[in-house]
Design a protein around this ligand. Structure first.
Ligand code: GUN
Ligand code: ZN
Length: 455
């Protein structure tokens, strides 16, 4: 990929921090240079073009001018690709929602062609929502993971995915066994993990749907492949937590079940973690594992209010995630808006710099990927998006009346969704421009690949 110069306003968090509001970098007229898929320069346009101070900035040939704001591609640390078609399913809380809507939907992914089409649709949607990396649950079928990683490879997206392991309390057609789950996951690790931009996540769905034997096999895999991710669910719903006590009476609590099976470590991503006890907070904080805070999902399923301040005080890494199909939007802006409201209900106001951090650099840190993505530092992979605030007249009007960047960012994180995503770049390649269909996906959705970075 040849050198490209992008000029516009730019916002990101160059380092990992517990205080994002004091550690952002903003250029009202900045330059981002990419070459061979990486960022090679970030700075003031004035310095880059060596313009005398106060001289009107000129438009240089070969420079991509962006009217909107450039930010790093966002990172969704917990999402289910097969569930995108059942988003907004009415009236149930977690366990009934799984039985009534989720399991029947996931059964369709036994069919490779179906899985391929849905993987392509989902990835196209991620690009349209400005999400360039995600940690993704597939289904129990290994072919659903092949479908997902093949589609991600076609657009060269940095993605994490895993085959769900689940051997009880679900329809038989969705069950593997401890041995089969182990064998299938291992073969997928060998095929996909660290293959290009793909990373594998060992994915026991959650402790109730795995026998103790299966969780032990998941832990064996995790020990055999220490640089893989682990993703699962933890303490999302009170009924679920009660069920864990019945199923695993020998363990002190929900997290204890995962700890006993070596599933709580660096690169382990726990979705939800709403109803934790003091011991679980402490154990998580020393483990290197992180929590995926899934605000729109928690509100939609009536699961409870995640205590962000407590998790932060305990020193646990947190990122914001969509958890679609229980989440109601793939937009990490919409999820930031819900995160703010969840914190408000607990007498705390989530700073907009902080919520954006939790979808970019903070998420990358939680996942051990901050040397690659989540920021616009030279050396990082050139995944970034352009936001166009004019796409929402109400937001545009609100922004005109703001007096500070912080106020503007709060309006943006509260009022935005996929409308404001103007362009999405992966490794410097333009893969989505608003109004066009996305990407390198030969799908029935009419998606098409934009390889030359210009439209
Ligand atoms: N717990 C176990 N499976 C799921 C799932 O698919 N979605 C959510 N939100 N929670 C779960
Ligand atoms: Zn989930």
């Amino acid at each position: 990929m040849p050198r490209q110069v992008h000029r516009g306003s730019i916002l990101h968090f160059p380092k990992t921090t517990s205080s994002p509001a004091d550690n952002y970098q903003y250029f009202s007229d900045g330059v981002l240079v990419t070459e061979n898929g990486k960022i090679t320069h970030l700075g003031e346009a004035q310095d880059f073009f060596k313009l005398p101070a106060n001289q009107q900035l000129l438009n240089y040939g070969g420079v991509e001018l962006h009217k909107g704001l450039l930010i790093p591609g966002m990172i969704d640390s917990h999402v289910h690709f097969p569930q995108v078609e059942m988003i907004a399913s009415f009236g149930k809380q977690l366990l009934d929602w799984l039985n009534e809507y989720t399991f029947p939907t996931e059964m369709q992914f036994e069919n490779q062609a179906y899985a391929n089409a849905q993987a392509e649709f989902f990835l196209g949607q991620l690009m349209e929502h400005g999400t360039t990396t995600a940690s993704v649950f597939a289904t129990v079928h290994p072919q659903s993971v092949d479908a997902f990683f093949s589609a991600a490879e076609a657009i060269n997206a940095r993605m994490i995915c895993g085959k769900v392991m689940m051997d009880r309390f679900c329809p038989e057609a969705l069950q593997d066994s401890p041995e089969q789950g182990y064998r299938d996951s291992k073969a997928l690790i060998e095929k996909w993990h660290n293959n290009g931009r793909a990373s594998y996540a060992i994915t026991p769905r959650f402790a109730p749907t795995s026998t103790p034997q299966q969780l032990a096999m998941a832990g064996k895999l995790a020990n055999e492949h220490p640089d893989t991710f682990i993703q699962t669910h933890l303490s999302e719903n009170l009924g679920e937590v009660e069920w864990i006590k019945e199923l695993y009476p020998e363990h002190p609590d929900y997290l204890g079940v995962y700890e006993a099976n070596d599933l709580v470590r660096d690169r382990a991503l726990f979705g939800h973690a709403i109803h934790l006890n003091d011991r679980e907070y402490r154990a998580l904080s020393t483990s290197g594992a992180s929590i995926s805070f899934c605000p729109s999902s928690n509100l939609f399923l009536g699961s409870g209010l995640f205590n962000y301040d407590r998790a932060k005080t305990e020193g646990i890494d947190v990122s914001i995630a969509s958890d679609v199909g229980a989440g109601t939007s793939l937009s990490l802006f919409a999820n930031q808006a819900d995160a703010y409201k969840i914190c408000q209900l607990q007498n705390s106001s989530l700073d907009p710099f902080e919520s954006l951090y939790l979808c970019t650099q903070g998420a990358a840190k939680a996942m051990g990927l901050d040397h690659l993505v989540g920021n616009l530092n030279p050396g990082s992979e050139a995944d970034f998006v352009e936001l166009n605030f004019m796409a929402s007249p109400m937001l545009q009007q609100r922004l005109l009346r703001c007096k500070s960047l912080r106020e503007q960012l709060f309006a943006i994180t509260t009022l935005s969704d996929d409308r404001i995503i103007e362009r999405t770049y992966l490794c410097g390649n333009l893969v989505y421009k608003k109004g066009s269909k996305v990407c390198g996906l030969n799908s029935t959705n009419g998606l098409r690949y934009l390889s030359n970075g210009s439209m």
